[in-house]
Write a protein that binds this ligand. Structure first.
Ligand code: SF4
Length: 104
C-alpha cells in the first residue's frame, strides 16, 4: 500500500506529459508540401551533394520553394526521371493553384 500513491502519482504525471506532448505536436506541427515525398522518391536517392544540397530531399525542398529552377543541377538524374518529375509538377499545383515549372 505504501507504493500505491507513488504509482498513482507517476501514472498521472505520465498521462499529463503525454497529453502535453500530443497538444504540442498539433500546435507546433510544421506543414509539409504534399508534393515533397512523391518527388523525393523520383530523385536518384544517391544523396551525393553534387547539386550543392546535402541530399536529394533538400534539393526538392529548394525546388518547391522556387529556389532551384533547373533539374540539370542534379547530374546523376536520368532523363526519364526528369520527365517524370516535370509531368508530376505539371499535374500537381500548389495550394494556391500555381503550377511549378522547372528546366533541365
Ligand atoms: S546531385 Fe542529385 S543525387 Fe546528388 S544529392 Fe543532389 S539531388 Fe541527390
Amino acid at each position: 500500500m505504501q507504493y500505491f500513491w507513488g504509482v498513482v502519482i507517476l501514472l498521472v504525471i505520465g498521462a499529463l506529459l503525454g497529453l502535453l506532448l500530443a497538444v504540442a505536436s498539433k500546435a507546433f506541427a510544421v506543414k509539409e508540401d504534399p508534393r515533397l515525398e512523391p518527388i523525393t522518391e523520383m530523385m536518384p536517392g544517391i544523396n551525393c551533394g553534387t547539386c550543392g544540397y546535402p541530399g536529394c530531399k533538400e534539393l526538392v525542398v529548394a525546388m518547391l520553394k522556387g529556389e532551384v529552377k533547373n533539374l540539370g543541377q542534379c547530374r546523376p538524374m536520368r532523363p526519364d526521371a526528369k520527365a517524370k518529375i516535370k509531368e508530376y509538377l505539371a499535374n500537381h499545383p500548389d495550394e494556391e493553384g500555381n503550377i511549378l515549372t522547372v528546366q533541365g
